[in-house]
Design a protein around this ligand. Sequence first.
Ligand code: BES
Ligand code: ZN
Ligand code: ZN
Length: 486
Amino acid sequence: MTITIKKSNKVGKLDNVVFLSNDKMQGLNQLLEPKELDFVSKSFKSAGQRHFTINQYNRFIFIGIVKNDDENYKTVEKYRDYGWSVLKEINQHQLDSITLFDGIKDANKTIAFIEGLVLSNYQFLKYFTNGSDKQNSLKEIRVISNLVSEQQIEELKCTSEGVYHARDLVNEPVSFLDSVKLSEEIIKLGKESGFNVEVFNKKKIESLKMGGILAVNQGSPTPPTFSILEWKPQKPLNKKPLILVGKGVVYDTGGLSLKPTPNSMDMMKSDMGGAATVVGTLYAIAKAKIPQHVIGLIPSTDNRPGQNAYAPGDVITMYGGTSVEVLNTDAEGRMLLADALTYAQKYSPCLTINLATLTGSAVRAIGQRAIVGMGNSESNLNLLETSGYNVFERIAKMPFWDDYAQEMKSKIADLKNLGGPYAGQITAGKFLEHFTRDNDGKSVYPWIHLDIAGPAFIPSDDTYRTSGGTGYGVRLLVDFIKNLTQ
Ligand code: BES
Ligand code: ZN
Ligand code: ZN
């Protein structure tokens, strides 16, 4: 990450300053000329203006008087958004450092402001000939606050780096990031942050008979990979590991059931968004040395209509023996995830969470501002929902009634990979659920499925969620893992 964040205890005369204040405007007199102070308090009182940019010619002073909302999580999000709007000005004026003066005395909110600033500063410039010319100017944030701790700053850095890496992975096109390259990048990031990686190659995947992954891979010139990431601290607080499974489809053409218009295909380099979130999360928690045992499973391939591509009508034997009739090769994510969910059973995890850009139905249901969640563990889903509000990566809980599974029954095999025309996000979940159960239909582990198809990749900036890959889910999972008590 290009920004340095450190604590400081004094404001230099030429420092650019961001002043976070409350309605009482405490401390402002230390920095502003009486005339400026007068202007700020008059504008605040008469016009309700809350954001000020004062150009003192040798430095800038940004003042943010953020209003408390009716709920704390909304107020905290306003601080992130204010971080984004200040960053825009910082770049406009080409400032390379700022001193943040915390006048609000609420560490969470001050941290949220820094988070908004840092996440907004993300850029993906690799493919420009002169990318460095376009680089944002901000290099350093000095934080003056009695309440914000070094540890909070450190954790913020680790999480933001995790988000940056997840965004990078999503933004990389398949011409660079194929399934093999993805596993190599994972190894690199593991070395950098401290998690272990083992990669199964095609031979190993064949020997395990992971039929779902192999079927999707049939039309591809590149072999599949199955990456296992592990962060095991010395004294983990959880006895059984938490498992995170990420869909790693590095490109989804739909296969022989080719996607209908070219328009819906160009963003399909983002179909490994679930994998990117898992990698970003492992990176963040390993770097911050969070004392929880976490394992990531990432099955990866592209989905193409090559010569040997799997075809609608095929019956595939999955890892573990379930037979699946393929009715649409574009419903490939569930094929891969099924094998990984079965594989997860061998760890007897305290909980398995899978993340996937799985269905267009999820996007149609709730748009790009939130993700949909379902599973067999109400209590864990509730905890995730709370984390979702903490970090403003919200989860809409879906009904998950048993009879929705009927749509996934095949006339000639145990399951089919396509449900009816409605509620595709739920029937996809029901397909996955099958692989979290033993042969008698009993759940093997608590399990949550998160469909991140909506917000994983966005066409234009949504404040600090920059356009392209957003890394959605990293902050959610890191918050959840920090609070995990199993
Ligand atoms: N990767 C897509 C889902 C998707 C759609 C992700 C839009 C991001 C944005 C997935 O593999 C897919 O094609 N799903 C099909 C399933 C259908 C054939 C049952 C879909 O949702 O249309
Ligand atoms: Zn698809
Ligand atoms: Zn897909």
